[in-house]
Design a protein. Structure first.
Length: 408
């Protein structure tokens, strides 16, 4: 290995043998990697993620200028995808990316022997984040008798605890889980807008190990579209455009696999309500809160604030179908309103509720599509507009139901 490269502030360890792919995989499954391009993919996505979380967003949330240099086994191939990768980074985080590549020696062990896994056979790889949506996806797999490899990533101790419980549930249904090690980095920016790209790369590597060509992303359509109402910054991690761009990258790299989004035209409430009682009883182990992840000062038993947008969407989705009894403890529980909410989070509670008020208003007056960055090329379905409208109309009814039960 070439160990002459200089260590930088965001490089984990000196030497090509200590690239993110080696740390994440920890040597496990390397013998089954079909091509080193998958290790390169992990390193490209990981370096983007590392730079994203290592550079604080300024108070005005202006685009950052971020430079990334990634050691890869074939710089020519990856340089040909430079513009597409920068476009993906820009869409996910809103920043200006400059991604460069340098050649490095082989990332596989010196005495590497390629060994394909042929048994048991699996139908697909399913991304398992520990969130409620992917948990609903695991139920769909179980109901349809789909044999899947569940691919997860250890975020932090709190989320890992819930993820462990979910993996144990999946094992009861003979599901196989594969969780990757955590990158030990200091996060200056906790929004982690590019982390889904890293998850996709890890899922692709997993698919390569098991000769699988389908990767399933289970996330609800409302949160995937995530309109930036009133210029509010929202995540695009599972947006149809994101998947379109990543699938385009896979095509350009001649990788025979695709990422699908089965819940794109479903609301979170619909997904939850379709669960069996057995699965509903385990909803309490899933993680949703964005505020608790970003601000560890929030100390409550469940780790859910109850007033950020993800928590409010979860409560809306649970309450719309009378499933509150299966939910967990919130800092701002069901029934919190502007009069009885804690002064410490009153401002954000009001802001999150205003977001859903405006969202619902635009659904009802038909202007919501002015807020959405969706095009036909992002979809396989020709009637994607009709399906999206049907999903949004259903969400509007769910919002109405929630606020009729819990007036603001």
């Amino acid at each position: 290995m070439n160990n002459s490269r200089q260590n930088t502030s965001n490089e984990l360890l000196i030497g090509d043998s200590f690239l993110p792919s080696q740390i994440l995989l920890n040597g496990k499954g390397l013998e089954n990697i079909g091509d080193e391009i998958f290790l390169d993919f992990i390193d490209v996505a990981a370096k983007i993620f590392i730079e994203d979380v290592s550079n604080k967003v300024n108070s005005k949330d202006e685009p950052r200028n971020i430079d990334v240099i990634v050691p890869v086994t074939n710089a020519q191939i990856w340089t040909s995808q430079k513009k597409l990768l920068e476009r993906i980074g820009n869409f996910l985080s809103g920043d200006r990316w400059n991604i460069e590549f340098t050649n490095c020696n082989s990332k596989l062990p010196k005495f590497y022997i390629k060994s394909f896994i042929t048994t048991p056979a699996f139908d697909n790889v399913t991304l398992l984040s520990g969130g409620l949506d992917s948990f609903c996806g695991s139920y769909v797999n179980v109901e349809n008798k789909v044999q899947s490899i569940y691919c997860g990533y250890k975020i932090n101790k709190f989320e890992t605890k819930g993820l462990n419980e979910i993996h144990n549930i999946i094992k009861e249904y003979k599901g196989v889980s594969k969780r990757f090690n955590t990158l030990n980095i200091t996060k200056e920016e906790h929004t982690q807008r590019t982390r889904s790209f890293l998850f996709f790369a890890l899922a692709c590597a997993t698919a390569s190990m098991y000769n699988i060509n389908e990767i399933l992303l289970y996330e609800n359509g409302v949160l995937s579209l995530n309109p930036e109402l009133d210029s509010r910054k929202t995540t695009k991690t599972t947006h149809p455009k994101t998947l379109y761009l990543v699938n385009q990258l896979l095509t350009n790299l001649n990788l025979n696999m695709r990422i699908r989004h089965p819940f794109l035209f479903k609301t979170k409430g619909q997904m939850i309500n379709e669960l069996s009682d057995e699965f509903k009883n385990n909803i309490k182990f899933t993680n949703t809160c964005g505020k608790a992840r970003n601000n560890r000062k929030i100390k409550i038993k469940s780790g859910h604030c109850g007033f950020c947008i993800p928590c409010m969407l979860r409560k809306i989705s649970m309450a719309a179908y009378g499933n509150e009894k299966y939910d967990l403890e919130y800092n701002a529980p069901y029934g919190t309103n502007l009069e009885n909410c804690d002064i410490a989070f009153k401002s954000e509670f009001k802001s999150s509720n205003e977001y859903f008020r405006v969202f619902n208003e635009k659904i009802k007056d038909g202007t919501i599509f002015n807020e959405l960055d969706i095009r036909s090329k992002y979809y396989n379905e020709k009637n994607y507009l009709e399906l999206t409208k049907k999903m949004l109309d259903m969400f509007g009814k769910e919002v109405d139901t929630f606020y009729s039960k819990y007036p603001l």
